[in-house]
Structure formats: structure tokens, C-alpha cells
Design a protein around this ligand. Structure first.
Ligand code: 0X9
Ligand code: ZN
Length: 420
């Protein structure tokens, strides 16, 4: 994904006082968003910075500006000021990543949940990463040791190493469900009637690299054998893998390198095996940033066969999120964002298994609010606002437990679900 280049250049601008002044060869421009220009811009491979109020902001150099002139695309040079960068005092707890969870801390947290609530929580090691870390899942249900005929649902975090908040939301969901089971009859009913699988860290090697070596790391840690490292795990799934070179890249140095083949990576294989063994009725993959709920397709524009259902479920989740602290998560087809993706988790889960699947891009809303770097102080509120949406989808999975997955679905409509 091209965000990295943009943000990296911005980071240099912001943090390096001695950087030469001729960095001014780069300009931030804005362009009014409409379908025709969007199509042209996609083909030009420009660095999209963000979208706001119907405008697309792009970082450009002089040759990009010439190309825009050739294509007759009007633009304005932006002169807005970036707000000062705010840092929070580092927490003395939890090592250099403060109150965010590292791989080891997450493993400990999962083990402690299982130890405290052995009747309803069980940790499963569903795979091993390239650097031989566990890919751990926690199952939460009554009769947790047996497979019952209940609505199954899957929550995933941290496909992308630098997206630390995407570990916290699914991990804290596991904690919330188990901590409240004995005291809240609604949560007990939810857990008793469903099988909830949570994998807080799909990419443990990448996460550790991002904590200890390079905060901005995105991919896994595959040695590509040509001096480059990393496969983008969210381009490595086996549905429309490598459909085009826009939604993913064949180039190993790229941030969206799709790998040598579909499921070439042990981390995505682990998710594949888990999904193949179960009958998940819904899936959420947490990422950040943007504050949006996205659903397939990502590989092409246009609706999937269950577009109405995905729209309705996203809308309901967005409403529930907003009801907590008023933060608005937009929602829509993944392809309606500024870029396409192929080989991502949600296209695959829907395309191969007919599972209604969502990417939730957690806060902040844009790079001006911190981009990939959430402050520790925001963890709790982001977790809290996402709980009701997750609970809503679990209820939907329960109601659809008996349904056969199908893209010509007759799934119960979410309006039948009791409002929390
Ligand atoms: O590019 C991705 O994999 C996801 N965004 S992120 O910034 N977290 O890397 C988005 C996947 C959803 N699909 C599309 N936007 N097409
Ligand atoms: Zn991501």
C-alpha cells in the first residue's frame, strides 16, 4: 500500500529538523472526488494521503503534476498546516510498547483468561509463524472443549504489524466476554449459544519487529531471498490472488507484495485451516486506520451477491459504535475506498466460504490524527466503542447458526436481532 511512502515522507518532514529545504519538491494537492478522476488517479499510481469532505489529498512531485495537467485533472495545492505532533508520556508498564500488548504479553493474557475461566475459554495454537512464534486462537463458549451446533464467529487482529490497536480490540473482546460471563446474564446467553474464535495476532513476527526494530513495519518477516523481506498477509489469501497488479504487487519490495503463491505464508495458512474446519457465520478482521467498516468486494468494483446484507450489517455495527462515544465509522464496499485490494481476508472468506466478512479500520480517522500510531490513552475508548458492534455480529451468528452458507443467502435479516 502506498500510504507508507506518503507517511514516511511526512514523518521525515515532521521529525527531522536538519532535513534540507529542497524537500519542498513535494506538494500536497487536493482533487475533487468523482468516479472518472478516481479511475484515472488509480491508473497513475499516485500516493493517496487521505480523503476528506469529498476531496482526495495526494502527495505529488513535479512529474505527477505534469501528468495531472496532461490528463486535464484540476487540482489545488494545499497549504493547510499540520497540527503539532502530540506524544503521550511513555507508560512505565509493559516495556517499550507501553500498554499495547506485545506477542509475549498477548500470549500471557490468553493463558490467564484460560486459567481463570477454564469452562468457557480455551487457547488453541492454530499455527506457527516463520520465526516460530505461536499463532494463538482463543475459543470462547460454554462446553468449550466440544464442538456444538452453535453459531460460530471469527475475529482477527494484526495482519499488519504496525497496527497495534488491532491487537487490543479482539484481545479485550475475549477479556470482556469472559470477565462478564458470570455477572451479566446477556453475556452468558451470548457465550452459551455461540462459539467465538478470536486470533488477536495473525502476524506475530511482524508485530515484534514493529515494536523492537522498526515501528513502521507492515508485512510478515519472510526472507524473500533477494534482499527484501515480507509478504503482505492481507494480499496472500487464495481468492482472486494476484487478480491484477493494482490490488496487490508481484514485486517483493512492495508494501503490498502478495507472496510467491496463494497461502505461501504459514500465518495465512493457519487462518485457512481454522476457517476450513469450522462453519463461521461471520468474520471481522481488525485493522487501522480510517474509522470505516469495509466489506467485499475489494478486488473489483461492484457488489457481491449479498451486498444488501453486508450493507445492513455494517450500518447496524456503525450505529452501535457511534452510540458509545459519538465516533463515526463510515461503511461501504472496500472497493469504494481509494484503492483496490486482491487476496485479502474478507474477499476470500466471502468468495470461498460465503461468510459475511468485514474489515474494521479502527481510529484514528486520518493521518492528521496520528495515522497508524494510536496513543495509549485512546485504547480503552476504541475498545469500548467496538464491543457492541462485535456483540451484535455474534448475535447475528447465533440467529443464523442453522443456515447453510450461500451467496444466494436466505439468512435471517438483522432487523430480527434484539437491540442491545
Ligand atoms: O490495505 C489493506 O490491507 C487494508 N488497509 S490497511 O491500511 N489497514 O492496510 C484495507 C483492506 C480493505 N480493502 C480495501 N480497502 N480495498
Ligand atoms: Zn491493515
Amino acid at each position: 500500500m502506498k500510504k507508507i511512502l506518503v507517511i514516511f515522507s511526512l514523518a521525515i518532514l515532521l521529525f527531522s529538523p536538519s532535513f534540507p529545504q529542497d524537500i519542498g519538491n513535494w506538494d500536497i494537492i487536493s482533487i475533487n472526488k468523482n468516479p472518472q478522476t478516481l479511475e484515472k488517479l488509480r491508473k497513475m499510481h499516485l500516493d493517496f494521503l487521505m480523503e476528506k469532505d469529498g476531496k482526495i489529498y495526494i502527495v505529488t512531485n513535479i512529474s505527477d503534476l505534469l501528468k495531472l495537467n496532461q490528463e486535464n485533472i484540476p487540482y489545488s495545492i494545499e497549504t493547510f498546516k499540520f497540527p503539532p505532533f502530540k506524544t503521550n508520556a511513555a507508560s512505565i508498564q509493559g516495556g517499550i510498547n507501553g500498554s499495547f500488548h506485545s506477542y509475549k504479553e498477548t500470549e500471557q493474557e490468553l493463558a490467564s483468561i484460560e486459567e481463570t475461566y477454564p469452562k468457557i475459554a480455551k487457547v488453541h495454537v492454530i499455527g506457527t509463524s516463520l520465526e516460530e512464534r505461536n499463532i494463538s486462537a482463543i475459543k470462547i463458549s460454554d462446553q468449550v472443549g466440544s464442538e456444538e451446533n452453535e453459531g460460530e464467529i471469527l475475529f482477527l487482529g494484526c495482519h499488519h504489524a504496525r497496527e497495534w490497536i488491532s491487537v487490543e480490540v479482539p484481545l479485550m473482546l475475549a477479556k470482556f466476554l469472559t470477565d462478564n460471563y458470570n455477572t451479566d446474564p446477556d453475556i452468558k446467553a451470548l457465550v452459551d449459544n455461540s462459539e467465538i474464535w478470536i486470533v488477536p495476532i495473525v502476524n506475530p513476527d511482524g508485530l515484534e519487529y514493529s515494536i523492537y526494530v522498526y515501528r513502521y513495519w507492515r508485512k510478515n518477516r519472510r526472507d524473500n531471498g533477494d534482499g527484501t523481506y515480507g509478504v503482505d498477509l492481507n494480499r496472500n489469501y487464495a481468492f482472486k490472488w494476484g487478480f491484477d497488479n493494482q490490488g496487490s504487487s508481484p514485486d517483493s519490495i512492495s508494501q503490498v507484495f502478495r507472496g510467491q503463491s496463494p497461502f505461501s505464508e504459514p500465518e495465512t495458512q493457519a487462518i485457512h485451516e481454522l476457517v476450513a474446519k469450522h462453519d463461521f457465520k461471520a468474520l471481522v478482521s481488525y485493522h487501522n486506520f480510517s474509522q470505516v467498516i469495509l466489506y467485499p468486494w475489494g478486488y473489483k468494483t461492484g457488489p457481491s451477491q449479498i451486498d444488501d446484507l453486508l450493507y445492513t450489517l455494517s450500518q447496524a455495527m456503525s450505529e452501535r459504535i457511534q452510540a458509545v462515544h459519538g465516533r463515526i465509522y463510515d461503511y461501504g464496499r472496500a472497493s469504494s475506498t481509494l484503492y483496490l485490494t486482491n487476496g485479502d481476508t474478507t474477499d476470500w472468506a466471502l468468495g470461498v466460504y460465503a461468510i459475511p466478512s468485514f474489515t474494521i479500520e479502527l481510529p484514528p480517522i486520518d493521518i492528521l490524527q496520528g495515522g497508524f500510531f494510536n496513543s495509549e490513552g485512546d485504547i480503552q475508548s476504541i475498545v469500548a466503542e467496538n464491543l457492541p458492534a462485535a456483540i451484535y455480529l455474534i448475535e447475528w451468528a447465533i440467529q443464523n447458526a442453522g443456515e447453510k452458507p450461500s451467496l444466494n443467502h436466505k439468512n435471517k435479516l438483522p432487523s430480527e436481532i434484539r437491540k442491545k
